[in-house]
Design a protein around this ligand. Structure first.
Ligand code: FE
Length: 181
């Protein structure tokens, strides 16, 4: 449903194979351990660096990523979220440019995030590998997966082209809800 911006084949690999593998790995790793009784969020927040954390955080990050997209998305937000974007960046265009730089400039595999800080302001974060704002004080509002598996089928090595397409399926309604919450 996100085509032509993100193809069926990309999502078949990204959701049905990559995301599914993190879920399977995590379930196998936590079987019979105290983590098996925890929520996914609690596992991400409490697991030490290593396999359990990496797989749990990747499950959470991907669930959040897919939930941030919708067919017919894109455009610009309205209301309090747009006011906050303008307060922080001056214009939606300037925000978009800064976020794109954050996503394209993330070295290697990782994620670009729009977050709400504890002071209620907007900011950008770049995380590597499975790292996630969930372990800190910021509230994640939107993320762009910049692991190569997110775009290699559609745009090959061209991460900037993927990010350009990704903007067209962002679900701003969900971002605004998370910002208000
Ligand atoms: Fe991914």
């Amino acid at each position: 449903a996100l085509a032509p911006h993100i193809s069926r084949e990309t999502l078949e690999y990204h959701h049905d194979k990559h995301h599914a593998a993190y879920v399977t790995n995590l379930n196998n790793l936590i079987k019979g351990t105290p983590h098996a009784e925890q929520s996914l969020e609690d596992i991400v927040r409490t697991a030490p660096a290593g396999g359990v954390f990496n797989n749990a955080a990747q499950v959470w990050n991907h669930t959040f990523y897919f939930a941030g997209l919708k067919p017919g998305g894109g455009g610009e937000p309205t209301g309090a979220l747009m006011d906050a974007i303008k307060a922080r960046w001056g214009s939606f265009g300037a925000f978009q440019e800064d976020f794109t730089k954050c996503a394209v400039g993330t070295f290697g595999s990782g994620w670009a995030w729009l977050v709400k800080t504890p002071e209620g302001k907007l900011d950008l974060r770049s995380t590597s590998n499975a790292a996630t704002p969930l372990t800190g004080a910021d509230t994640p509002l939107l993320c762009c997966d910049v692991w190569e598996h997110a775009y290699y089928i559609d745009t090959r090595n061209a991460r900037p082209k993927y990010v350009e397409n990704w903007w067209k399926v962002v679900d701003w309604t969900g971002v605004a809800k998370r910002f208000a919450g």
